[in-house]
Design a protein around this ligand. Structure first.
Ligand SMILES: Cc1cc2nc3c(=O)[nH]c(=O)nc-3n(C[C@H](O)[C@H](O)[C@H](O)COP(=O)(O)OP(=O)(O)OC[C@H]3O[C@@H](n4cnc5c(N)ncnc54)[C@H](O)[C@@H]3O)c2cc1C
Length: 425
């Protein structure tokens, strides 16, 4: 059968309808679809997303140094904001400018870029997968229609991560607001961490590592996000919103309109039983990519650099069967888990050795280190010397607590909080 033939031929007569069905049109699924289509335009792919748009409601940011040249090329077609003059960080004891270039993309621009780049027939938006197996995906009936099965040579599961009792850690909780001001704000660079603010937990009881993240998106546009490294996943929207008001007012950003919001409750991993976790999410013969497959930076919860690398890997191995791709992704996930053990150790230092209101000292000390080391840290590519350097010298946490933290595992991740962002399956 020629690849130019219609994609809806009967599976039994002509082989599967699709070469690859990707379930979950978030960052990971969207990038895999793009990389596959660019590498192999004749491949019949489907991107199944339960929401009406690809990418949900996020703003993804990353350092240019996080990505390889090939990775940067994959993202080249998306509209994004680019800062080439580096970024600032502010701590109680000092302020520093780092020269690393920074990038940010709104999910609306991710959606638009993918709708432009992918064939119309590849997009199954507003369609929820109800079951997956190695030969295809069953979709729930749309509002005016019938349930449907998409047969495929391979299926990739990029559905959302759901916190699991097999994984342990704390939380990164944040609320961001995009404001369009009446007057120019005057900023030229992102302020990645303004940790000079009160170190109060999101719910106001006790402490947390708190910082404000500020992105100048345009002359009048600024994105302000209030972020916490907290022990529990409570997202108190009205308290965080009040703190954003307070911060914006202190900068003189009174007049303007709110363009949008984002909110997140992301796990910061301190440990866990990764094999048991994989057993709990695996569908035999189906590759798992994205945050659900464990492809996150344990300490920052960011996924951009690993999502890009995974997408490029799928494109390189586009001819594998579903089973082969599932095995490849399982070994990538296990390798990623092993490679990132060091960041889980640092997360244990942060959550288990430092008092919540003193966590700021861990970051304050870290940001005094060399720029290259900081870049490799964010890209989860720290070398042995980097790892030793971060731990060397007078620790920012009490030594007995640091030693004890090395042997603890942290609290199981679980969802019991009020005002939780719903997690989709
Ligand atoms: C607000 C926010 C901001 C973030 N900012 C950054 C950042 O700046 N940089 C960074 O690197 N990381 C960031 N992250 C962390 C991480 O990169 C994101 O969570 C990223 O979106 C994870 O991508 P994913 O594709 O693995 O999962 P998701 O984004 O969760 O995508 C999964 C998709 O699957 C869909 N889905 C679920 N179930 C089904 C089903 N049954 N059928 C069909 N579709 C289904 C969902 O609707 C969703 O669109 C942020 C996270 C949040 C929440």
């Amino acid at each position: 059968m020629s690849t130019a033939e219609p994609a809806n031929l009967s599976a039994t007569q002509f082989g599967p309808q699709f070469d690859c069905v990707i379930v979950g049109g978030g960052l990971a699924g969207g990038l895999i679809a793009l990389a596959l289509h660019r590498a192999r335009p004749a491949m019949r792919i489907a991107l199944v997303e339960a929401g009406r748009t690809i990418g949900g409601n996020h703003r993804w940011s990353w350092f240019e140094s996080d990505l390889s040249g090939e990775g940067q090329a994959l993202l080249a077609g998306f509209r994004k904001t680019e800062w080439n003059d580096g970024y600032d960080v502010v701590f109680p004891d000092y302020r520093r400018q780092l020269a690393t270039a920074y990038r940010s993309m709104a999910s609306a621009d991710f959606h638009e870029g993918l709708v432009r780049a992918l064939p119309e027939e590849a997009l199954y938006l507003g369609r929820k997968a109800i079951s997956l197996d190695t030969h295809g995906v069953d979709l729930a009936a749309p509002e005016f229609g019938e349930p449907e099965r998409l047969e495929a040579r391979c299926v990739i599961d990029c559905r959302s991560f759901a916190p699991s009792r097999h994984l342990r850690g704390g939380w990164q909780v944040f609320l961001g607001r995009h404001i369009r001001l009446d007057k120019p704000h005057g900023l030229t660079r992102p302020l990645i961490m303004d940790a000079s603010v009160d170190q109060l937990a999101p719910h106001g009881n006790g402490g947390a590592y708190r910082f404000v993240y500020v992105l100048p998106l345009g002359v009048h546009d600024v994105f302000v996000e209030d972020t916490y490294y907290a022990d529990d996943p409570d997202l108190d929207r009205s308290a965080l919103s009040g703190r954003i008001d307070q911060y914006a007012n202190a900068q003189g950003w009174h007049e303007g309109q709110i363009v949008g919001h984002e909110a997140g409750v992301l796990p910061v991993l301190t440990g866990g039983d990764f094999s048991a976790y994989l057993d709990s999410v695996r569908t035999p013969g189906v590759a798992i990519a994205g945050a659900r497959g464990g492809f996150t930076h344990p300490l920052t919860s960011y996924t951009m650099c690993v999502a890009v690398e995974n997408a490029l890997a799928v494109a390189r191995e586009a001819d594998l069967t579903g089973e082969q791709l599932a095995a490849m992704f399982e070994s990538r996930a296990r390798r990623h888990w092993r490679r990132t053990a060091y960041y889980r150790l640092l997360a244990r230092m942060l959550f288990l050795a430092a008092k919540p209101e003193k966590r700021v000292e861990v970051f304050q000390r870290f940001y005094r280190l060399k720029r290259g080391l900081i870049e490799r840290f964010y890209a989860a590519r720290s070398g042995l010397f980097d790892k030793l350097r971060v731990l060397a010298g007078r620790p920012p946490v009490p030594v007995p607590a640091a030693i004890a933290a090395m042997f603890k595992r942290g609290a199981p991740l679980k969802q019991e909080a009020r005002n939780q962002i719903p997690m989709e399956n």
